[in-house]
Write a protein that binds this ligand. Structure first.
Ligand code: AMP
Ligand code: ZN
Length: 464
């Protein structure tokens, strides 16, 4: 498989440190709010990367952290008159709810900063021993000029920063790119004991500590959004490699940004949506599928129109699945006819096309196109006269490939429950002699492809 490595600015063949095992770390959310549709992009994309590695037979260990101490959390806690912990715990819970609705699997570990203070202090001490830090007004700073290779990930950003910085270097700071490892406590802020007094970690150090704790000093893949290349990931490298002298991560993957109606999403522009907001208007599987429609490194533009198009496309997949399930009940057990044998061969070709796309730096758009090719072919080729063998092979392949992308996960029961509820309403309408309503419910169901049959055992339904 080839993956684009931000470190080399090239697509590279992916070779894990240990054959058959992949160790991945992805920067997770700061839990002061519901996560927004931009955040949803890396969460979905790297969930798919993990699923794909597993599909190809690797054992994956995946870590995604929660930043649960941060200015934004502290401010929200103050405004609401509650503790920081109440805010972070609430939004961690909401993260899991929204992630589940998006079919984002739980990582193997979801570590929190507040539970890793000793590990964080330990790294800072090691950096201090190596002379890579200095104190400034009670804060501990990283002396970036002393780390050879500082800027190797975000070269351009560093140069831009330095070019703009000549004038505004804060007093006492040695270089513009120096960053804080440990912040002295300010009144009213949460703080922990440390060799440098009461305080809390700077933002970047947490990912170095948690990645190394759960995955070891060198990992295979470190990922996040494009905005994290510099300074966040640059600083993670300086901290981890500064402390260990070993390469921190071998492949750096970054997703492009999600824009709304071709503008940067921001609260001030009024185009800011959380996943929670979208869930009030759309099934979140539509949002998941939408994220796959562009290559993960390209920008993706979000609009209602595009989401509606995606909704229709997703319905096509569900219709195909439902139709194949219906044919599983209707078709006879018999050998596949020669034409059907050819169809079964073509199923293998769609799978190859799917794998080829995914192997090419996770090209989910082309992988999805392979699934739609399969659906079109199968829809035309199979009917009630077909063999169950051909129907089953088609359904299995559709579910196999969709499953790698985490699609077609809606439970059949929810549809069943809706239909059952409508049938019950119709029965009540008939009892009430409200024939108009009873007929309307029957016609509405018919429009959805559901046929009602009155049998001695009660009302049964089937798909047309
Ligand atoms: P945050 O909670 O802001 O640290 O972000 C969590 C993840 O979402 C990080 O990987 C960010 O790079 C990513 N991210 C934030 N905004 C966007 C956006 N508009 N489009 C894509 N990714 C984003
Ligand atoms: Zn991080």
């Amino acid at each position: 498989m080839k993956l684009y490595n931000t470190m080399s600015r090239k697509k590279e063949e992916f070779v894990p440190l240990t054959q058959g095992e992949v160790k991945m770390y992805s920067c997770g959310p700061t839990v002061y709010n519901y996560f927004h549709i931009g955040n949803a992009r890396p969460f979905i994309i790297f969930d798919i990367l993990r699923r794909y590695f597993e599909y190809r037979g690797s054992k994956v260990t995946f870590v995604q952290n929660f930043t649960d101490v941060d200015d934004k959390i502290i401010n929200r806690a103050k405004n609401e008159g509650v503790s920081e912990k109440e805010i972070s715990e609430k939004f961690i819970m909401e993260y899991f709810k929204d992630a589940e609705a998006l079919n984002i699997r739980k990582a193997n570990y979801h570590p929190k900063v507040t539970e890793h203070i000793p590990e964080i202090i330990d790294i800072i001490k090691r950096l201090e021993e190596k002379g890579l830090t200095y104190m400034l007004d009670g804060d501990v700073y990283y002396d970036t000029a002393k780390f050879e290779g500082y800027g190797k990930l975000g070269k351009q950003n560093l140069e831009d920063l330095e070019a703009g910085a000549r004038v505004e270097l804060a007093e006492g700071k040695r270089s513009i790119s120096d960053f804080v490892l440990w912040k002295k406590q300010k009144p009213g802020e949460p703080a922990w004991k440390s060799p440098w007094g009461l305080g809390r970690p700077g933002w970047h150090i947490e990912c170095s500590a948690m990645s190394m704790k759960y995955l070891g000093e060198t990992i295979d893949i470190h990922s996040g959004g494009l905005d994290l290349i510099f300074p966040h990931h640059e600083n993670e490298i300086a901290q981890s490699e500064g402390a260990t002298g070993k390469e921190f991560a071998r492949y750096w993957l970054h997703n492009g940004f999600l824009n709304v109606n071709n503008e940067k999403m921001s609260k001030s522009l009024g185009n800011f949506f959380t996943v929670h907001d979208i869930s009030e208007h759309y099934d979140l599987e539509v949002l998941r599928m939408f994220m796959l429609s562009a290559h993960y490194r390209s920008p993706i533009n979000f609009s209602d129109e595009l989401l509606d198009q995606t909704k229709n496309a997703l319905e096509r997949l569900y219709n195909a699945k439902n139709n194949l399930q219906y044919l599983m009940d209707k078709t006879a057990e018999k050998d596949a006819a020669p034409e059907e044998q050819k169809l079964i061969t073509r199923l293998g070709e769609y799978k190859n096309k799917f794998i080829e796309a995914m192997d090419d730096d996770l090209n989910t758009a082309d992988a999805l196109a392979a699934i739609f090719d399969l659906v079109r072919d199968v829809n035309g080729a199979l009917n009630e006269e077909s063999s169950k063998t051909a129907v089953k092979a088609s359904l299995d392949m559709l579910m196999e490939l969709s499953g790698v992308l985490g699609l077609l996960y809606k439970k059949e029961e929810s549809l069943d429950a809706e239909i059952e509820a409508l049938i019950e309403q119709r029965q009540q309408a008939r009892k009430d002699k409200n024939w108009a309503l009873a007929d309307k419910i029957r016609d509405d169901l018919k429009a959805q492809g559901i046929i009602l049959e009155d049998t001695p055992q009660g009302v049964k339904w089937k798909k047309a």
